[in-house]
Design a protein around this ligand. Sequence first.
Ligand SMILES: Nc1ncnc2c1ncn2[C@@H]1O[C@H](COP(=O)(O)OP(=O)(O)O)[C@@H](O)[C@H]1O
Ligand SMILES: [Mg+2]
Length: 476
Amino acid sequence: MNTAFAWSPVYETGLAEVDAQHRRLVEMVNEVTAGGAGDDAAAQTALLDRLVDYAAHHFADEERLMAAHALAPVAVAAHIEQHRAFVAEVAALRAHQGTDAVDGAALQHFLASWLAFHILGTDRAMAQQMRLIAEGLAPAEAAARAQGERDGAAVQPLLDAMTRLYGVVSARKEVLEAQVAERTAALQRERNELARALETLARTQSQLLQSEKMAAIGQLAAGVAHEINNPVGFVSSNLGTLGSYVRRLLEVVDAQAALLAAPASSAVQARLAQVLEAADLDYLRDDVLALLKESTEGLDRVKRIVNDLKDFSHVDAADWQMADLNAGLESTLNVVWNEIKYKAEVVRHLGELPPVPCIAAQINQVFMNLLVNAAQAIAGHGTITLATRVDGGEAVVEVADTGRGIAPEVVDRIFEPFFTTKPVGQGTGLGLSIAWDIMRKHQGSLSVRSTPGVGSCFELRLPLDNPQYRNEASHA
Ligand SMILES: Nc1ncnc2c1ncn2[C@@H]1O[C@H](COP(=O)(O)OP(=O)(O)O)[C@@H](O)[C@H]1O
Ligand SMILES: [Mg+2]
């Protein structure tokens, strides 16, 4: 590749030990930069390491020598600074070796040039000072004289300039490295801030999910109140009527008792006849029984709603359990009945399902979100079809509607939190994202098929065997 660094007498300082070490350094520079080591990064790095070791050893010797000869401190400090800069520079090159930033030619250039300039300029001036001090000059004077001689020689200013230039390059690199370190620290800070922001976001999301749940419960409570209000209304009106009937009957009873006490009195008989007529016993007989029957039915309805509500929310068991999905679908349907009854006819194709491991309260919440969406998607009057079956190792539940359907360009977005096409106040855009999340936690799935203008069908799948349930069961 490049021409080798040829030793020449101009490099001699006259100090035998120093000159020997310089020769060795020149040889090593030639080894690093020639001999094909450039093809083998590991070999070249090893050579470079040896060169740095040897240079450090040589610099230490020189620095000892300068101390032994009591050279002027300013000259010694400047000299040592050059050594230090060289070591730093080579360490940096070594770190980047094998990267595009450092090619073999540039490396050789740097090593050979630095050594040449350093020996010709600084080391020879050092040797000169040692000789002058040995001749009896004071260190400062020797330093000044050596400096003066160098200024007299034509090449010296050039050597000094080059040496300074290397110093500047090294110093500049150190500044750059400091800047890189600072940038890295700034990036790290930004990353920490991002992590904090993400955490806040996650917290906000879970708060929102909570508030969506509260909203759903509010909606649910309103529907249930309406459902209960109606039977309670007529049962209490029936009780009022029954009260007046009972009063009339009691009057008849009283009149009969009076007749038994005074059998001959026609006045008493007349009174009984009057009371009997007023009581209208024939009508009363029919109506009392009807009222009782109606009231009993009304109370049964209230009881069923309360039971459905209990089943729906599973207040008794909020944990993993083996649940009947058909029953869950029914009780959820009853709970949201108020939302659905004016919008759609409900058709059931419920197949036989084995008990499915799940957190039933959560699965019911999924049913509820799908049912409410289905009802909301129907503009006039339509049909909601519920179907269940087993497919492979999964229970499958379908909630299909004849609503407006979902446009193909948004179908990928409906499970996103906050995605809604409904007016503000009506849609939070969280129903499906919550449902999706619940299904994911159950290792199940939720998907949709939809045709705009025809309807949508949401399909929910739950594994029949769930390791999470088995874990829970074994801990219980
Ligand atoms: N059965 C459905 N038919 C048509 N569009 C639906 C249906 N279910 C969900 N969507 C669409 O998905 C969006 C997101 O639903 P959801 O997450 O429940 O939020 P929200 O009901 O509050 O808008 C709805 O705004 C609607 O555009
Ligand atoms: Mg919804």
